[in-house]
Every structure is written in C-alpha cells, then in structure tokens.
Design a protein around this ligand. Structure first.
Ligand SMILES: N[C@@H](CCC(=O)N[C@@H](CS)C(=O)NCC(=O)O)C(=O)O
Length: 213
C-alpha cells in the first residue's frame, strides 16, 4: 500500500496513526501542500479531488476521505480494532470522530485559510482569529460531549483506543501549532496525553516524517 500525505496534514496523520496501530506496512508518498503538489496532474491522477490523504492499494484501487478510509481499514484489518462492536458505542465513536472531522477540520483547512486571506483579504490576525474561533466552537462541543456521555476513560471510549482518538490527536497537534489555548478542554486534553504516549502516535507525529521542514 502507498499512502499519499503531507507531514502536518491532520487527515494524513489520522491515516498514519491507524496504520501504525494496526501494524500495516506501507510506502509513504509525500505531497507538498505549500508547493501545491496536490493540484498537479501527477497527484490529480491519484485523487481527482486534489486532497490528501489518498491510499493506493496493492491492486491499484485508490481510497480517499480519511473517515471512510479509517472505517475501511478497520473492516479489512479488524485486529487490533479501531471501532467497538456494540452499536451504541459505534455511534458514540463516529459522533466524536465527526465533531473533529466535520465541525472543526473543514473550517480550518489550508484552502479555507488561504481563501479568507487571499480572496477575502483577511489579515494574519483575522485569519488566526477565525482558526481560534472554530477550534473553540468544536472543542467546546467535543468536551461537553465527552463529559455528558460519561463513556470516556483513558481514551474517548473507556480504555479502548478508537477512531475517535485517531481523529482527536492530529486536531490537537494542529491547534498547538496555531498556539490555541487548550486549557478549557481538560477531558479531551487528558485523553490526548494518553494517546500521545502510544507508539502509534509517537512514531507517526509530524516531526517524525521524512517531508517535515
Ligand atoms: N474530508 C477530507 C479532507 C481532506 C483534506 O482537506 N485534506 C487537506 C490536508 S489536512 C488537504 O489536502 N488540503 C489541501 C488544501 O486545502 O488545498 C478527508 O477527511 O480526507
């Protein structure tokens, strides 16, 4: 398998964590977002949407969209799992994953920040304020979700490492890079610290990647 990604892309980081968790060997193919390599014909031939990550399977099939990819990996390689078996718990893990994947990440993506700065003329401070606002909205929602659901433990779902944790970790790395105040989210941050100690995170975090700069 060949994973196309970028070292500090949080959706690429999700895939790296999941593949390391499952011990799946793969080739890494860096795609430079600052150099717009994701819009070059070579990469568009892999993912016509022009976004990372993309996973090329050994039979040539291409998987895109990180949340769908994580579930595919879990169905194809079920051990160790990233999803619980109980349907209520599966809902819970998907809901927590989607708070990050649908409520935070899409609003703070590279192309969104570029658009508000480039086409709409926002200053660097305004762009930072945008990032912090949507991060806070999403993280407040996630913190409340974790606290009121009362299902968390060492990880989002008790002591079981799941897709929800796979989504949480890269988002926190990203928020730290943007110097966001994460103190209002003690539950999520305690979970993050536990995840950050895992080998599958330590060996895949952005600074370990060959394309880091
Ligand atoms: N919903 C997609 C989002 C993919 C995505 O937006 N990837 C970012 C990197 S984290 C990207 O390729 N950005 C390029 C750009 O915004 O131009 C997924 O979960 O895979």
């Amino acid at each position: 398998m060949k994973l196309y990604g970028f070292f500090r892309s949080s959706t690429s980081f999700r895939l790296r964590i999941a593949m390391a968790w499952k011990g799946l060997p793969h080739e890494t193919a860096p795609v430079s977002l600052p150099n717009m390599a994701h819009k070059e014909p070579e990469f568009l031939a892999v993912n016509p949407q022009g976004l990372v990550p993309a996973l090329v399977l050994d039979d040539g099939k291409v998987l895109t969209q990180s949340l769908a990819m994580l579930e595919w990996l879990d169905e194809k390689y079920p051990t160790p799992p990233l999803m619980p078996t109980d349907i209520d718990e599966r809902w819970y893990v998907r809901a927590a994953s989607q708070i990050v994947g649908c409520e935070i990440h899409p609003l703070n993506n590279v192309r969104v920040l570029k658009y508000i700065k480039g086409s709409l003329g926002a200053t660097a401070d305004q762009s930072q304020a945008w990032y912090e606002h949507w991060l806070a909205e999403g993280m407040t929602g996630l913190e409340r979700f974790l606290v009121t659901q009362k299902r968390h433990g060492k990880f989002c779902l008790g002591d079981q490492f799941t897709m929800a944790d796979v989504c949480l970790v890269p988002q926190i790395y990203n928020a730290m890079r943007f110097n966001c105040d994460l103190s209002p989210y003690p539950t999520a941050m305690a979970i993050f610290q536990n995840c950050d100690a895992l080998e599958c995170v330590k060996t895949t975090e952005p600074s370990t990647q060959p394309d880091k700069f």
